[in-house]
Design a protein around this ligand. Sequence first.
Ligand code: TMP
Ligand code: ASP
Length: 253
Amino acid sequence: MTNSRRKKIYEGKAKILYEGPEPGTLIQYFKDDATAFNGEKKATLEGKGVINNRISEYVMTKLGQIGVQNHFIRRLSLREQLIREVEIIPLEVICRNVAAGSLSKRLGLEEGSPLPRSIIEFCLKDDKLNDPLVSEEHITAFNWASTQDIDDIMALTLRVNDFLTGLFLGINITLVDFKIEFGRIWENDFPRIILADEISPDSCRLWDATTNEKLDKDRFRRDLGNVIESYTEVARRLGVMNEMPTVIQGGLH
Ligand code: TMP
Ligand code: ASP
């Protein structure tokens, strides 16, 4: 079925969710649109959706193999993947290894300075409020997630961080920080938290480990140029480029 005939469930800034072919599934469509500063800055980056679809598939599959349950089921097309439908927990979970971005600004830390340990932050997923930083107190008081959910989310986030740090270091990339989202599924009436959304250069800070060159969305946020070239480089190093359509492979060098 073409997308025009599918029921749209949700449209975000970089992705669209459509009704899936079976109950409990959705189709996640990756757009070429890029936004920053809560949608203030906008552009279309040709090929981004295709690259992020592949990178997210690769990373989610690897995480699944080490037992980090996530929503990815299978790739459907260049820009689409079949995913499990989850109840999204309205939090953006950020994990940081090196000071950068809003943490550097907030605490006056030089970008690139190592952190004493990995730090997890929570932001409320609410564009109208600009995704404000929130504490565990806010999360439990307003019932966005329970104490048990937070424990599960933090343990899963640290596992994702350990795994991704090693995966990226193996291709000479430093995982500076990343943002992930979680959802709730029900198994025999018991809730379980699983990883959802995407993991891609849109949602991670990835620096070349030798030169510290940025290979992520900061190239767009900060007008550094070569955005797609950098995303392609990440895909190439991960080894997912050889399956990429030639129009994208050829157009980016
Ligand atoms: P920050 O330093 O701007 O708070 O970003 C931390 C990490 O979260 C960084 O890897 C980029 C990612 N991120 C998103 O994926 N979506 C967002 O809306 C923001 C603000 C950051
Ligand atoms: N995703 C956010 C936006 O669309 C910001 C960001 O990634 O920096 O504006």
